[in-house]
Design a protein around this ligand. Structure first.
Ligand code: GLN
Length: 518
């Protein structure tokens, strides 16, 4: 069973189909593993009752030879900003700590209909605002890499150094954010894939720090219905998985138009099918100079150079390119983000649902107290600033200006695609995962400026982008790169990601044999 939990959806699904293992056995082991890795705080809610029921239904289908497909009986997890019917959906906030919605997000509903088994709802920065998963009402998520949990329970065939702890008693590395819980849920093997959300990098960033594939699909390809919004025109459901093939299986299950989300594209989704061998020889790959910023670690730079070289040796053309408005992207994002936040979070007033303060003297006082108790400082700060940007006298100065700049940023990409650049290769994050102490020295906003530099422009332009883990750093932490493609070119993006995956052979974590599942 240990090996099975560390393997891929494809392999385990094969075993379910040939009857070697029962979905309920896998589910039981997954749930048990969530308690072993509990110190990492990946889950806000482990939905063991739902999981048991779904797994036993999958057992029945297995017995009756009527399995639904490759996701039937497969454990998954969902970030806690997606609605799951009758289950807490907290956004890692006090405001929604007691909120259980009456409906399912489309993405979860589609996975459920294909037989996937929900292990739990994962931790995040409150309302997905952050880049470290340290600003959660439920406490931070810790990275498994470099942790005590890793040395106790995991091994890695190619790297014995892994089993060492990097830090002292109270120090640990961040998981990245805001979908850090989903990343750790997958990296530790408690599930095979998890949904994150990606507004400025929140799926790719934790994937980079946790050694996973992290896909941000094209805006509009995947429904946002039931995803509690951050910035509506940039939010995209993201996928975290251990391999590109597994990512494709999940994407094929969730993508496609949805009448409940009018921003989904109204064309039929053609499932992606990756071939085993990918030909990169005619590709033109752009290396944007604006992504080689100060602060990029020498090891990330070395990965970037190495993968470019590999591609070149395989016949691809590596072309230095420029995206001149990149440096304005993050500032504009901050403005647009805060404006949407001010508007999206106005509904939490203590009247209809969510936290209600014990305050009865006036409605206004009730609103005030509810909102000051229900939100953390990061959220409150963004609401205040957003309302300032949206004041009648400021609107043109900030919101309209940022929207114009957004257009220019998107046009930078169009110029490259029109010059026959097929893909862009960049870092995802500038370094390996920082330690918590190092990360927490800077505030949420400053960290977002640093952490999202390479990821955020893709959201501005709606482009698909993916994190691919490359190797372990000298200290034994994952180092990763990002690929970006033109709108709706997921097939190309994922094919090249798979090619890189095959070349670099990023080390896989496996549960130790001594670990409780004999
Ligand atoms: N770090 C960015 C923010 O805090 C992006 C977060 C995200 O992608 N959800 O807004």
């Amino acid at each position: 069973m240990n090996k099975l939990l560390s393997t891929t959806i494809r392999e385990v699904s094969q075993k379910i189909h040939d009857g070697t293992v029962r979905p309920s056995e896998i589910c039981k082991a997954s749930v048990k593993l969530t308690s072993i890795v509990k110190p990492l705080n990946a889950y806000i809610t482990v939905t063991n009752d739902v999981a048991e029921k779904q797994a036993s239904d999958a057992d029945t289908r297995q017995r009756q030879n009527s399995l639904l497909g490759q996701l039937d009986g497969i454990p998954i997890a969902v970030k806690d900003n997606y609605c799951v019917k009758n289950k807490p959906t907290t956004c890692a906030s006090r405001m929604l700590a007691n909120f259980s919605p009456g409906y399912n997000a489309t993405v979860y509903e589609r996975l459920r209909k294909q037989g996937a088994v929900l292990i739990g709802k994962t931790n995040l920065d409150e309302f997905a605002m952050g880049s470290g998963t340290i600003d959660s009402f439920y406490g931070p998520t810790k990275n498994v890499w470099g942790s005590k949990v890793l040395s106790q329970f995991y091994s890695c065939e190619s790297s014995p150094v892994l089993t060492q702890e990097l830090h002292g008693k109270d120090a640990w590395c961040i998981a990245g954010g805001s979908s850090g819980g989903s990343a750790i849920a997958v990296a530790t093997g408690t599930c095979y894939a998890a949904l994150g959300s990606d507004t400025g990098g929140s799926t790719r960033n934790p994937a980079s720090y946790c050694g996973l594939i992290g896909l941000k699909p094209t805006y509009g390809l995947v429904s946002r219905y039931g995803l509690i919004p951050l910035l509506n025109s940039m939010d995209v459901p993201g996928i975290l998985a251990r391999t590109v093939d597994d990512t494709v299986l999940i994407l094929n299950a969730i993508a496609g138009s949805d009448t409940a989300d009018p921003t989904t594209v109204q064309r039929e989704y053609v499932p992606i099918n990756l071939s085993e061998t990918v030909d990169v020889s005619n590709l033109r790959i752009g290396i944007p100079k604006e992504y080689g910023v100060q602060g990029i670690s020498e090891e990330v730079q070395a990965c970037w150079d190495r993968v470019s070289r590999h591609l070149e040796e395989a016949g691809a053309s590596i072309i230095p390119v420029s995206l001149p408005h990149t440096n304005y992207s993050i500032v504009c994002y901050s403005v647009l983000n805060r404006c949407d936040v001010a508007s999206n979070l106005a509904c939490y007033d203590g009247i209809e649902y969510g936290h209600r303060a014990d305050e009865w003297s006036s409605t206004n006082k009730l609103y005030t107290k509810t909102r000051s108790e229900g939100f953390n400082d990061v959220v409150k700060g963004r609401i205040l600033v957003g309302n300032y940007f949206l004041l009648a006298e400021n609107y043109k100065e900030y919101y309209v200006k940022a929207m114009k700049m957004r257009r220019l940023i998107a046009q930078d990409f169009d110029v490259l695609w029109n010059n026959n650049i097929d893909l862009l290769l960049t870092p995802t994050t500038l370094t390996e995962a920082p330690s918590y102490n190092e990360f927490a020295m800077l505030d949420n906003q400053t960290q977002c400026l640093i952490q999202d530099h390479c990821t955020q422009p893709a959201n501005m332009a709606g482009l698909p982008a993916i994190n691919v883990p490359i190797k372990l750093s000298r200290r034994g932490l994952p180092l990763s790169l990002q690929l970006m493609a033109p709108l709706f070119h997921e097939q190309r993006l994922l094919s090249i990601a798979k090619w890189i995956e095959q070349i670099v052979q990023f080390p896989k974590l496996e549960l130790k044999d001594t670990c409780l599942f004999e």
